[in-house]
Structures are given as C-alpha cells and as structure tokens.
Design a protein around this ligand. Structure first.
Ligand SMILES: [Cu+2]
Length: 96
C-alpha cells in the first residue's frame, strides 16, 4: 500500500514537470537602425511577429530599439537579428 502511494506521488510529480515544459519566454532588446517612419517600424514588427516563437514585439523608433519576448526553446537573439536583417534593416544584439 505504501508503495502504491509512493508511485502515485511520483506520477503527480512527473505530470507537473510535463506541464512546466511549456514555452520558456525570454525578453531581449535589439538595436535596429534606420527605422525612420512608422511603416519601417511596421515592417520590422511584422517580420518578427511572423516568426515562430516570437510572442511580443515593442518598437521604439526614437531610440532604435526593439524589445522582443520570445520562446528561447525555439529562437536565439542571433536568429531575431537575422529576421530583422532579412526585412531590410540593420540590427544588432546585444543592444548598443
Ligand atoms: Cu519608413
């Protein structure tokens, strides 16, 4: 009986771990140069939002900064930089 309870406990612990294995959300800031108007910002935002693993994008054109929340199990900051570059803008990480 004791053993059965232990097994049950173990099952609960394992189930809890499986649930915890969702997205691992990280937040980072990229420097993106030459977003001179709102359509530049929209282009960068669209490119990032269309990328699997990106959860939230905040563009700060005044300071050349783009804040991104992303799932670190799917993306790296370097990949985010590549996405921005492909949309036609200079990007760097860590932010400068
Ligand atoms: Cu523009």
């Amino acid at each position: 009986m004791k053993r059965y309870i232990l097994l049950l406990l173990l099952a609960f612990v394992l189930a809890g771990q499986a649930e915890a294995a969702g997205p691992v959300v990280k937040e980072t800031t990229l420097t993106v140069r030459r977003m001179i108007c709102s359509s530049c910002a929209t282009a960068v935002e669209k490119a990032l939002r269309g990328t699997d693993g990106v959860q939230e994008v905040t563009i700060d054109t005044m300071n050349d900064k783009v804040r991104v929340k992303y799932d670190e199990r799917k993306l790296t900051p370097q990949q985010l930089v590549e996405v921005v570059k492909k949309s036609g803008y200079q990007a760097s990480w860590p932010a400068q």
